[in-house]
Design a protein around this ligand. Structure first.
Ligand code: ADP
Ligand code: MG
Length: 409
């Protein structure tokens, strides 16, 4: 087992792993990797906590002991206890403990619709997906995703359970109506035929893909999940897939993620982003010490626990965060931040997004170009002046009806 050297200011860390399966391969490997680096590892069952809330004093009890002095928490929250498990993680966050994945990000990733909605504005390829409630609009939604054959998915399924391939539009309608009658939320998705029975799982740790595999389904099964009998082989990721995986994890706010992607004729399509990806398949297929990479990352990032930026900024009355597009003819175009003197107007530019790149804390010499998006924080009255008038009007107009959804690609 390779032993990483600790950063100079680091000490023996006390790391808690939240998991209901202490004996599973993933947990055993994380404990082993932590101990090999000199840390004290504690596996804690999420359901054994009591969450105690009072002003200025968030507390956690584990069985009958108050939890103190944990330096870091690695949440491995199973889908069956998302609600309580994320509440425990949130409590650790309130106590200022570094949590590898935030409660918010875990909850977001649990819902397949919410996940791809979050990803849809961030240059990540996605299979066309529709979500409807009323049966009247069902046929139009099926058309929108390209008609049959199509995929129907439970919003919160895992391990391939809750994913159905419908060969005909009428069957799809019947399945959706049946599931709706049982109060199940489902989404409709284009079936990526050319990727039938296989997908790519990229394991992302701290903004990098540390290992990747291709999973191949057994026989004529269309789902490639290992739990459905799929086998895994290592894969050299194409840069396009690597970028998509990293970006998907970042947009979801997950520092550790398993990103599942389909290989379509149009390129990479992200299907889902898992917040507690298993280690057995990926370490077995690739030979990479993924557990070790996770612990190394915890050591490196321990000083950056979750900060709820939105909440903090909202406390400052009269100020807001705004994403401002630089459009043709905008007074912002082709001018440097210095010339625009935004700081004098009580506005700070946090990032500039240009094509696929993000420039953080840009300097005054940066020149804005048409197509850029600038993320600003500042005085709301001043921010309003940055928005093109047409855009302001547009935001009031009606949303197009679901029967005629507009295609963004
Ligand atoms: P789960 O959370 O149950 O793993 P996924 O959305 O990852 O659900 O789907 C499970 C499997 O089904 C995928 O690994 C893939 O093999 C197959 N699959 C899912 N969606 C599609 C799709 N749109 N086109 C083709 N195959 C799909
Ligand atoms: Mg999956």
């Amino acid at each position: 087992m390779p032993t990483a050297s600790l950063p100079p200011d680091s000490r023996r860390l006390r790391i808690g792993i939240l998991s209901a399966n202490p004996r599973s391969y993933s947990i055993r490997r994380l404990v082993e990797a932590g101990r090999a680096r000199g840390h004290r590892m504690h596996v804690l069952e999420p359901t054994e906590f009591s969450i105690l809330v009072e002003a200025e004093r968030p507390m956690l009890y584990y069985r009958d002991h108050e939890v103190k002095q944990l330096d870091a928490v690695i949440p491995r929250i199973g889908a069956s206890i998302t609600f309580f498990g994320t509440a425990v993680v949130r409590q650790f966050e309130q106590m200022g403990v570094f949590c590898l994945n935030s409660a918010e990000a875990i909850a977001r990733s649990r819902d397949k619709l919410r996940s791809i909605q979050s990803l849809s504005r961030h240059h990540v390829g996605l299979p066309k997906t529709a979500f409807v409630k009323s049966r009247e609009v069902l046929p139009a939604a099926i058309d929108h995703v390209g008609g049959a054959p199509l995929i129907i998915k439970l919003l919160e399924g895992t391990q391939g359970i809750g994913v159905i391939l419908a060969e005909h539009a009428k069957t799809a309608e019947a399945i959706v109506e049946t599931l709706h009658a049982g109060k199940q939320n489902v989404l409709l998705q284009a079936f990526i035929q050319e990727s039938r029975g296989k997908d790519i799982r990229a394991f992302v740790v701290g903004g990098r893909v540390v290992a990747a595999m291709r999973r191949i389904a057994q026989g004529d099964e269309f789902r490639s999940n290992v739990h459905r009998g799929g086998r895994a082989e290592p894969v050299d990721l194409d840069p396009e897939y690597e970028r998509a995986a990293v970006r998907a994890a970042q947009v979801m706010g997950l520092r550790v993620a398993g990103v599942d992607m389909l290989e379509s004729n149009e390129g990479c399509k992200v299907m889902e982003v898992n917040s507690s990806p298993g280690l057995e398949g990926i370490e077995g297929a690739t030979g990479v010490d993924v557990a070790g990479r996770i612990i190394d990352y915890v050591e490196k990032e321990i000083l950056f626990p979750e900060v709820d930026v939105r909440q903090r900024l909202a406390l400052s009355a009269g100020h807001a965060v705004m994403d401002v597009p630089v459009e043709a003819g905008s007074p912002l175009a082709d001018r440097s931040l210095q010339e625009l003197a935004l700081r004098e107007r009580d506005i700070v530019v946090l990032t500039i997004t240009r094509d696929n790149e993000v420039i953080s804390v840009p300097r005054g010499s940066h020149v804005l170009r048409v197509g850029d998006n600038i993320l600003c924080y500042g005085n709301t009255e001043e921010l309003k002046q940055l928005v093109p008038p047409r855009k302001r009007r547009k935001s009031k107009s009606a949303v197009p009806p679901p029967a005629t959804p507009r295609d963004r690609t």
